[in-house]
Write a protein that binds this ligand. Sequence first.
Ligand code: SF4
Length: 226
Amino acid sequence: MLISEIFHSPQGEGKWIGVPSIFIRTSGCNLRCWFCDTPYTSWNPEGEKMSVDAIMEHIEQYDCEHVVVTGGEPMISHEIESLTLRLHTAGKVITIETAGTILADVHADLMSISPKLSNSIPVKDPDWAHRHDARRDQPTVIHELIKRHPYQIKFVVDRREDVSEIEDYLIRYPEINREQVYLMPQGTTAEMLAERMPWIEEVAKQLGCQVTRRMHIELWGNVRGK
Ligand code: SF4
């Protein structure tokens, strides 16, 4: 599979924020969010082809139980099933970070789903805007992922107009436990996050959801390998 980077860092968002983790970042994505903070895995996918054996050997250097398989979109890789099986067999606690548009028969202790709202459409690129919008919401996949795995839902909130779309989403998926839903600010700097966070906290309270910081951006900014 095409691997962009493998590194060790605290988880920066969501339920397991702060937990030391090995990140396996796959390259390639079926979407093109305009705000993508890893364009080297989506707009310009790059990386090294690694076998599952090579990945397992590489992560042995870290004495760490938690593994985050992220992207890009890790679920598009044909080897995601064998990778997560090997990780599971090795006793790792696996988080998969996905936009929730593709199903695969994977092992996951936490399916971390970040559904892409209309605020993600790359309007300046009409060709990708159309493809992105057609792919970003896949109800069958969301229903199945939630049924099959422990999960969290993370919404990237950019504008106040996003709130009604999130409300509609939660109504469309009544099986989603709102205590497992996190709102997090869009932003690539600590200042951008801080500016949005106060009103996002208010909205989260009204919806019965949680907020999550984006600790890696607060600490290091939007840099690779963190
Ligand atoms: S789904 Fe994730 S990796 Fe893909 S373009 Fe959007 S933010 Fe980037």
